[in-house]
Design a protein around this ligand. Sequence first.
Ligand code: SF4
Ligand code: SF4
Length: 219
Amino acid sequence: MRYHWLDEYLLQKRSVTKDLQPVWNWVRYMVGGKMFAAVCLDKQNQPYYINLKLDPSDGEFLRSQYRDILPGYYSDKRCWNSIRPDGAVPDQLLREMLDQSYALILASFPKKRQRELLGLTVCGSVCSECSCYGAPCAGCNESGGKVFHAPAGKPCPIYACCVNKRHCATCKDCAELPCGLWRSTRDPSLSDAAFEADLQQRVSALRDSVCSARSVTAE
Ligand code: SF4
Ligand code: SF4
């Protein structure tokens, strides 16, 4: 297989695990227990296909452009695709296809579960690394946004907008990110410079967490 980077590339994605399905002899890469990619091995344990999921129209287009992209072996052929591991599909295109497959499977989970799998709140914070986590704060996901610093009995304004009003998992894909609510919801103990650095770090955490399940394009 010429894509030597593939295993490391997939395992650095958030909440990804892998196993060997012994009957099929597939190395499966999963998020939240659902497979989003697999390397299919022959009896000599050599890869013969890389399986991944794509938007059906992207899959149809790419199969028409590359002879090494085939309808998914042993899978739903509308959504799954098999890539020959020693073929001519460019490395960057394969990365984009794997990114899309991960994003599609992640998006199949309820939005709260998506945030848990990403390890992020709607606004890109990491509760498990926060000194307030446990007490005084129950955490954003666990409390439905009703964190200790929100108005009594109400969710944080960012959570209310993102989850309750716009029905998004996080603010990542919002065109207004970082919006006025982001700027007005702040820890009063932070200086302006520290708040701006924290805000930019959270924006980056969200944007780097998962690609949008956007179209991939042939090179
Ligand atoms: S203050 Fe609460 S919601 Fe915010 S990061 Fe800390 S634990 Fe999470
Ligand atoms: S406007 Fe957009 S960025 Fe701001 S809180 Fe709502 S979803 Fe998030």
